[in-house]
Design a protein around this ligand. Structure first.
Ligand code: FAD
Length: 509
């Protein structure tokens, strides 16, 4: 069996692993990164368009920390949250050190933090806790792919090694500490032993492991049509191969199970809407319509959330998942269709610009003609109900009341801002069915503020560190939906893992 030696062994070459490797090399440690795929960059890290940095200023740090902890109802580990936020300040210098300049930076004033949608749109207000650093992109790729490429080049320049097509199969424990791992080449099956003073697990989430998603997030994945029994459309890139390997390795070595969750993103499934290779890509403006705070009902025709939340994807996905049949419907009439075309929608979808929609009726007809079973257009509400499965009596009763709120400009039921109170009166009537969805499953490894992996007794396992999506549950407590794995965390915990693992390795000198 081949034997390799290093100070720090890192499993996974996404943002967290590559940041950790660069940081450990800068601290003078020898580094080996193993990556099971033939390239660096992770299953998801070619996607981020912007990352979040909390300013190196006590007022900003404290406010961001408290907003985030309040959001988790103090369920998250406060030390993990604090060290994450503190280390975000290192992100801009790290990215620039790779020769990459940001496209632009949106500085957010202190008093605005926590008051508007996180990442500007799509996320809970509690995620709006810092400044947004937007990454440049080239061609079809997004900025983080370039960061990963340059970070990998820099690892090699500094004498580090990256072994592609390589996985770890078992952590080696000597007395009370981790001293390396057994691994293998996934193409040839050739086995190896990698002796290391410290091991960092940075293997991302577990999107491609249906059993883990069911077991730990309670979400029943389905296909893009939602017609195979499940109800959750997972709009991750196909073939991410993120299967929770790092989590299992850590658990087998005595690591405790940490919180696991799923980034929520509700969707209208089916042909004509969802992209073939990545459901994140949508082919028409139905996704923009879905952001609007008009009338939303469940299959009994009853409202179930103040529709202002329709651009808070996590709140929406949880609410939809809690409804009978685990789905929700958005309904509007011809007047609202014309409003969206002529005056424009109140909210743009955060990937696509523009607020005046184009021929709403034609877009519906096209999607229906493609065989989509979740999009409906009818001359009367009775027909709409027949097509969609919404209970007519319930809907009629709800719409009568709802139209009354629109007239009075006062939503006595769910307190919606009158800006979004648009009656449903004039046919044709439009509806689409939305299912819960997610775009990646995260967490599972329990760590402390130094990114040391914890055992069942909540004590650090010596020599074992972890960061990024595989630990992201630790900053949210225990929500199946309502948390997120994001680049800001992967960068920050990459720095911490690199610092701590290198320092620990050097303590043996
Ligand atoms: C569609 C989408 C859009 C997103 N947009 C944004 C955004 O705009 N802003 C933002 O901040 N975040 C965004 N994110 C989240 C962000 O991309 C991730 O949180 C981040 O990239 C995760 O980095 P990571 O290094 O922790 O994990 P990953 O990037 O998943 O890396 C894990 C690596 O480990 C490797 N690995 C797994 N198993 C093994 C094994 N057995 N052996 C060896 N290697 C293994 C994987 O192949 C992978 O390379 C988005 C995510 C998605 C899916």
């Amino acid at each position: 069996m081949k034997t390799l030696n290093t100070d720090v062994l890192i499993m996974g070459s996404g943002l967290a692993g590559l940041t950790a490797a660069n940081t450990a090399l800068d601290a003078g440690a020898e580094v080996i990164v193993v990556e099971k795929r033939p390239f660096q960059g992770g299953g998801v890290s070619n996607t981020p368009m912007q990352t979040l940095v909390v300013r190196d200023d006590p007022a900003y740090q404290n406010r961001a920390f408290k907003i985030h902890m309040d959001y988790t109802n103090w369920n998250a580990n406060p030390h993990v949250v604090r060290s994450w936020l503190k280390n975000t300040v290192r992100i801009p210098a790290f990215v620039r050190s790779l020769g990459i300049e940001f496209l632009n930076i949106k500085y957010n004033p202190l008093e605005e933090l926590g008051t508007t949608r996180g990442y500007e749109v799509g996320f809970p207000n509690a995620f709006h806790i810092g400044d947004y650093y937007r990454l440049k992109w080239i061609g079809k790729g997004h900025g983080a792919a370039i960061i990963c490429k340059k970070a990998a080049d820099r690892i090699r320049e500094k004498g580090g090694r990256i072994l592609f097509h390589t996985t770890l199969t078992k952590l080696i424990k000597t007395e009370d500490r981790i001293t390396g791992a057994f691994g293998k080449d996934v193409r040839t099956g050739e086995e190896m032993e990698i002796r290391a003073k410290a091991v960092v697990i940075a293997t991302g989430g577990f999107n491609d492991n249906k059993e883990m998603v069911e077991k730990y997030c309670g979400l029943h994945l389905t296909n893009k049509n939602c017609d195979d029994g499940g109800n959750v459309v997972f709009n991750h890139f196909t073939g991410s191969r993120l299967t929770g390997d790092g989590q299992r390795l850590v658990w087998e070595a005595g690591g405790a199970k940490g919180a696991m969750g799923c980034n929520g993103h509700a969707m209208v499934p089916g042909p004509g809407i969802v992209g073939d290779h990545c459901a994140w890509v949508v082919y028409n403006e139905l996704r923009t319509m879905q952001e609007q705070a008009y009338l939303w009902v469940n299959k009994y025709g009853q409202r179930f959330i103040c529709e202002e939340q329709s651009d808070n994807h996590m709140a929406m996905v949880t609410a939809v998942n809690n409804q009978p049949g685990k789905c929700g419907y958005m309904i509007f009439d011809q007047d609202t269709a014309e409003h969206m075309e002529k005056e424009g929608v109140e909210r743009a979808y955060f990937i696509f610009e523009g607020n005046r929609l184009h021929n709403v009726k034609k877009q519906f007809e096209e999607v229906i003609a493609k065989g989509n079973k979740h999009v409906f257009l009818a001359d009367t509400l009775e027909e709409l109900c027949e097509m969609s499965g919404i209970e007519y009596e319930g809907l009629k009763d709800q719409i009568d009341r709802y139209n009354g709120y629109c007239e009075k400009r006062y939503d006595e039921e769910l307190a919606k801002d009158p800006l979004y109170l648009r009656p449903v009166k004039r046919g044709p009537f439009y509806a689409f069915r939305v299912f819960p969805g997610g775009y990646h499953a995260f967490g599972g490894i329990k760590i402390n503020g130094k990114c040391q992996v914890l055992n069942e007794e909540q004590r650090a396992i010596k020599g074992l560190y972890s960061g990024g999506d595989c630990c992201a549950g630790e900053v949210f407590g225990n929500p199946p939906i309502g948390g997120i794995g994001w680049s800001t965390l992967s960068f920050a915990q990459g720095f911490i893992c690199g610092d701590e693992a290198a320092a620990y390795a050097k303590s043996f000198e």
